[in-house]
Design a protein around this ligand. Structure first.
Ligand code: FES
Ligand SMILES: [Fe+2]
Length: 444
């Protein structure tokens, strides 16, 4: 019997699990997350001006979003401050949204601009409807659910290119946001869950990924989060280094190479503590996306997109139909997981854990290093938020909105050589511009 070194297994405590699991207002991590802009909905959900309200649930908060006659977006608490009727039933008019129960009307800042049952309370702070700032860029509406002034928007490469060069879509996922996110920072699963993709590619690199199932991880902090390098030894003796990133708090840079030179990130947005939205953001720094590419994204046949149920933000292969797992394909090794689609393969796994798996039950090993590091960063932020340490003083990642345009790259370096300078050069070639600035968007 071989005895493994004691430090091969890492465990999180039940208390740490609880901290990571909770995102509602007032919880430690919930407080921390509210210091960042959060993707809230797609512009197409409220396309017209004016557009009737849609329900938006974020971080366990029930909200409604609507577009006023002037085109600006309002994001208000769902339940009317008067007696709790849902503003989803409301009418949007030139001044804002009117609760149809007694006619109180709120503008996009939550001011009660009309109060038929108590006119003296117009514009009174006591009857202000909770509202949140929004910023609309590139077909995506971000919201700020925190207190005080919002920080700058993150300088994602996706935010810096023209509309013709970017695409966004989303799908519902029935599990905790971090549970889902962790599949993207876990290079070790690729040799199994996505095995047929590596076999089909048939390159020396993909064969190395199939053969070398316990890559070494080196993880650095970067201005917006963590840079994660998974290192495998090539038959030539050189190191094959796959580099991706976790960008605080919601984003992972998708570690995918493709001949079209497309760049992509996922945003893992907590709806509540048991479900999330998976946003896929794709862009190119080299011209425009073609209509043919967009069609393939919409059909879920390319990029970081699943095939959706028409008219819904739900994958066609989903948890209600067991992702149409094909046991015969699994048995024959045609599809290792039995599930078609790279995205659906990740989805079935993270959903299979249940809505919020108890992280204190896991046995994490060295190839889970990026998962461990990301959780440790979030736990530190949650601790700061709970104990009143200022995020800026604590050096939380990404607060300045910088460092988000950080592409994933795959490089070969001499065995044991420092991959960082080579990676920096490769990443720079894929950045929108070296010193980036993000358009302010249409802040509402
Ligand atoms: S409950 Fe909304 S106006 Fe009365
Ligand atoms: Fe995956």
């Amino acid at each position: 019997m071989t005895v493994a070194p004691a430090d091969l297994v890492t465990r999180f405590t039940p208390a740490e699990h609880r901290t990571l699991a909770q995102t509602k207002a007032g919880t430690p991590l919930g407080k921390a997350l509210r210091h960042y802009w959060i993707p809230a909905l797609l512009s197409e959900e409220i396309a017209e001006a004016p557009a009737p309200p849609v329900r938006v649930r974020l971080l366990g908060e029930d909200l409604v979003a609507f577009r006023g006659a002037d085109g600006r977006v309002g994001l208000l608490a769902e339940h009317c401050v008067h007696r709790g009727a849902s503003l989803w039933t409301g009418r949007v008019d030139a001044t804002g949204i009117q609760c149809v129960y007694h006619g109180w009307t709120f503008d996009i800042d939550g001011n009660c601009v009309q109060n038929p049952t108590c006119p003296a309370l117009r514009y009174d702070e006591r009857v202000r409807q909770p509202s949140y700032p929004t910023a609309e860029v590139g077909g995506l509406i971000f919201a700020y659910l925190g207190e005080g002034d919002p920080p700058p928007l993150p300088d994602l490469g996706w935010l810096q290119v023209p509309d013709s060069a970017r695409f966004v879509s989303k799908r519902y996922h029935p599990c905790h946001w971090l549970q889902a996110l962790e599949a993207d920072i876990d290079s070790a699963h690729v040799a199994y869950l996505h095995r047929e993709d590596l076999v089909a590619a048939g390159t020396v690199h993909t064969q190395t990924m199939l053969d070398h199932t316990d890559p070494e991880f080196e993880i650095d902090t970067c201005p917006a989060g963590l840079t994660i390098a998974a290192i495998r030894r090539l038959p030539t003796g050189a190191d094959y280094v796959r580099i991706n990133h976790w960008l605080a708090p919601y984003y992972t840079v998708v570690p995918a190479d493709n001949p079209e030179g497309l760049l992509g990130i996922h945003a893992w947005v907590p709806i509540d503590d048991e479900s999330c939205w998976i946003y896929g953001l794709t862009w190119t720094v080299d011209g425009e996306l073609t209509e043919e590419q967009r069609t393939r994204f919409r059909r879920g046949t390319a990029g970081i997109y699943a095939e959706l149920v028409p008219g819904q933000y739900v994958a066609r292969r989903n948890h209600t139909n067991d992702y149409e797992i094909d046991r015969q394909a699994q048995l024959l090794g045609i599809r290792w997981s039995g599930v078609a689609g790279n995205q659906e393969q990740d989805d079935i796994i993270t959903a299979s854990m249940g809505p919020a798996y108890d992280r204190s039950r896991e046995r994490l090993v060295p190839t889970d290093a990026a998962v461990i590091a990301t959780r440790r960063t979030l736990l530190a932020m949650a601790h700061d938020a709970e104990t009143g340490v200022a995020p800026g003083a604590a050096g939380w990642p990404g607060l300045a909105g910088r460092g988000y345009d950080l592409p994933s790259v795959f490089i070969d370096v001499d065995h044991g050589a420092d991959w960082r300078p080579v990676a920096a050069e490769a990443m720079q070639a894929k950045q929108v511009r070296a010193e980036s600035t993000v358009p302010a968007g249409n802040e509402s």
